[in-house]
Design a protein around this ligand. Structure first.
Ligand code: NDP
Ligand code: ZN
Length: 375
């Protein structure tokens, strides 16, 4: 299947039109015509090789929304025409303990899980391409069913931003009436506020950006704290049961540790590279956990999609055309993004002149890995 997309050939490249061939759906796989794809800050990290593991060419996108266009032999969950989504994974070993528990995101099979793009995790010469494309194929276990109440353009951001903040709320057992802190109110943060409220928590938003305050309150936050204002930060000392930290770069953790109650957890989901030294004293005296969390399993991802339908939760998005993508990356990189999430309208890719004239750069074909059957 001839597939067009936008990708880069190196870390300092701008995203531009590419074309490749992908295998039609094999047994157990589903082909999806993509209608929309969200832009996650991880896409920017990956394209620029901030994590030192990018395989080029890199074709990002793991907030995918679309319609089933073909199904492989034996597919039972989906039929042509169904509205569906794909998040950050398209395959995993299916047989290890984490996979059996529904935590494919912690798969400890030989290649771990296969990322939607830049997978498999161990570089062996193969690569996968994500959702900034016209079409994608994945095994049916990794395809999410979209509830009628969720509009197609809203699906993508739930499948990465939404699940990444929902999973720690579940894992650390956020209870009704407890206090949730959210730091960094962008794509992940704005979903955390809405999901935390749906779970009955009091939600405190920590932002550097006073101009976002009104929107943050509209999202449902009970309070907005300007994180650069020491007096405001000190007024929240030892107030949080759980804190989800989405800041995408290295930063001081001590001011956030000071916000934590005894027996609480500060969960890092944003910065994956390094932190400055922080003092263990408050952790010891208050039995505070500093932890990390990676997206979420497929069962939990379906759960959060269904929860968004039930509670009428929608990402706040700005739709863009594929040609605007490099400008969005520049804004994200500057840290000054005033939108919560950008979503690409994939019809603009289909209408792109490089696609119409078949002038895109040809790149090697992707490899989705083996189709393994759950035992
Ligand atoms: P966004 O850029 O949409 O939001 C990040 C927010 O952090 C910004 O809106 C801003 O909030 C704040 N921020 C940005 N730059 C800085 C800075 N230099 N110093 C302090 N605060 C800053 O990003 P996403 O929400 O899409 O992603 C956030 C991070 O989470 C990324 O690093 C991404 O790679 C990671 N991620 C991790 C996942 C996981 O599984 N663990 C999954 C998905 C993403 P404000 O203006 O309110 O201060
Ligand atoms: Zn993401």
């Amino acid at each position: 299947m001839k597939t067009f997309g936008f990708g880069v050939q190196s870390a300092d490249d701008k995203l531009g039109p590419i074309v490749f061939d992908q295998q039609d759906p094999r047994s157990g796989e589903v082909a999806i015509k993509i209608t929309h794809c969200g832009i996650c800050h991880s896409d920017l990290h990956q394209v620029r090789d901030d994590w030192g593991n990018t395989q080029y060419p890199c074709v990002p996108g793991h907030e995918v929304s679309g319609v089933v266009s073909a199904v492989g032999e034996g597919v039972e969950k989906f039929k042509v025409g169904d509205r569906v989504g794909i998040g950050c994974m398209i395959n995993s070993c299916q047989v290890c303990d984490p996979c059996q528990r529904g935590e494919e995101n912690y798969c400890d099979g030989p290649k771990s899980f296969t990322l939607t793009y830049n997978g498999p995790a161990s570089p062996d010469g193969t690569n996968t391409y994500g959702g900034y494309t016209t079409d994608i194929v994945a095994r049916e276990e990794f395809v999410l069913r979209v509830p009628d109440a969720v509009a197609s353009e809203m699906v993508g951001p739930i499948l990465c931003a939404g699940i990444t903040v929902y999973s720690p709320m579940k894992h650390w057992n956020l209870q009704k009436g407890q206090t949730l802190g959210v730091v960094g109110i962008g794509g992940l943060g704005h979903m955390a506020i809405q999901l935390g409220k749906a779970l009955g928590a009091e939600v405190i938003a920590f932002t550097r950006s006073p101009e976002k305050k009104d929107d943050i309150l509209k999202l449902g936050a009970d309070k907005v704290v300007i994180s650069t204002d020491n007096a405001q930060m000190e007024s929240m000392a030892q107030s949080l049961n759980l804190l989800i930290n989405t800041i995408p770069v290295s930063h001081e953790l001590d001011p956030y540790i000071a916000l934590m109650r005894p027996n609480s957890a500060l969960v890092v989901v944003g910065n994956l590279v390094s932190f400055p030294e922080f003092s263990p004293g408050p952790l010891v005296f208050n039995r505070i956990t500093v932890a990390g969390s990676l997206i979420g399993g497929i069962r939990e991802t379906q759960e959060v999609l269904d929860l968004c339908a039930e509670y009428n939760i929608s990402p706040y998005i700005k739709m863009i055309g594929i040609d605007e993508i490099n400008d969005v990356y520049d804004t994200l990189a500057s840290g000054g993004d005033s939108e919560f999430r950008h979503v690409i309208d994939m019809e603009t890719l289909r209408a792109h002149k490089a696609v119409k004239n078949d002038e895109a750069t040809a790149i090697p074909n992707p490899d989705r890995g083996e189709v393994v059957t759950r035992k």
